[in-house]
Design a protein around this ligand. Structure first.
Ligand SMILES: [Zn+2]
Length: 323
């Protein structure tokens, strides 16, 4: 992992006049040890729900004099819009939210995901699966039908003769996964009961979100994950992958979601509006209000941020503590 790299490149063999560039990834080291991140999917422009997550993760990183990394989760290429990344970057800059270090694009990281996958494959932790969605649905008991059914393990012991793997699944087991959330406290989940053996490489050849996130968080040295509460249900799978790949587990804080009028999570799918960037402080204050914090009276962004940090420190101490 990157954190194990030497802090200085070995320059002893180079002629004195050669300038040695610092290792780019060393920029991500934080003087306080806190490394956070914001990881939007470029499936549309930045909307209010993602602004809230960006603000929470940004304030928490800045409060700790930590690093705030930006990762563009463009792994699900069919759903991504090329212009959305630019919109998100411009929106963050217009709001005064400058990230640290180089941007990580998941679409450029497939070889890293392959390496992690190969480790798991060599340890027989993954297996090929030939089932179609319909076959999985047909093999379930009526009471097992749900939005995301538990995979019944059809291909666990090997593919039927003449069948080829469509997707690759991670073996789960009955050992409960434990993790802690800053706001929600101790969590426990038994993956064999909640999701079953889950997909790491999809039938369309794309890497699954769970694997990409875990590899990226580990390789960029993320220590604190502050993100939307919709990802609570992904956390046990990610912790399980961290254990399986011998990665450290970061600390988690899942923030309250912004809901749409229909009560669902506000998202690009249910018509979240692109943000009006002409009034950045107004937008940021709306996001503070989402956390129940008083708006900051400021005309300039440079005056907004120090007071927003004070608000965040109060919010943080009211919400909980790392367990
Ligand atoms: Zn199968």
């Amino acid at each position: 992992m990157l954190k194990d790299l030497p802090t200085q490149p070995d320059t002893s063999a180079l002629p004195a006049e050669v300038e040695v560039l610092p290792r780019g990834l060393e920029q991500k080291r934080s003087s306080t040890g806190y490394v956070g991140r914001f990881a939007p999917s470029p499936t549309g422009p930045l909307h209010f729900g993602s602004l809230v997550t960006a603000l929470g993760s940004y304030l928490d990183a800045r409060l700790h004099q930590g690093q705030w990394l930006l990762r563009i989760e463009d792994i699900d290429t069919p759903r991504c819009q090329p212009e959305a990344t630019e919109n998100i970057l411009n929106a963050l800059l217009a709001l005064g939210m400058q990230w640290d270090g180089p941007i990580v694009y998941q679409s450029l990281r497939t070889s890293a995901y392959q390496m992690a996958f190969d480790v798991l494959l060599a340890e027989d932790r993954v297996y090929g699966c030939c089932c179609t969605r319909k076959e999985i649905a047909d093999s379930l008991l009526p009471q097992q039908h749900a939005d995301t059914p538990v995979y019944p393990g059809t291909c666990r012991q090997g593919l039927p003769p003449g069948k080829e793997a469509r997707a690759w699944r991670m073996r789960t087991n009955d050992t409960p996964i434990h993790w802690c959330d800053f706001a929600y406290g101790k969590q426990q989940e038994t993956l064999a009961q909640t999701v079953g053996d889950f997909v790491l490489k999809r039938a369309d050849g794309l890497w699954a979100y769970q694997l990409a996130v875990v590899v990226d968080d580990a390789e960029t040295g993320i220590t604190h994950i502050v993100r939307g509460a919709d990802l609570m249900t992904s956390t046990a799978r990610q912790v399980y992958l961290q254990h399986s790949l011998q990665y450290p587990t970061p600390q988690y804080w899942h923030l309250p979601l912004v809901l749409a009028e229909d009560g669902e999570k506000l998202s690009k799918q249910n018509g979240a509006q692109a943000l009006d960037m002409r009034h950045p402080i107004k937008l940021l204050n709306r996001a503070l209000e989402h956390f129940g914090l008083a708006p900051v009276r400021a005309r300039k962004l440079e005056n907004f941020w120090p007071r927003a940090l004070e608000q965040w420190a109060m919010y943080r101490s009211a919400v909980g503590g790392w367990l």
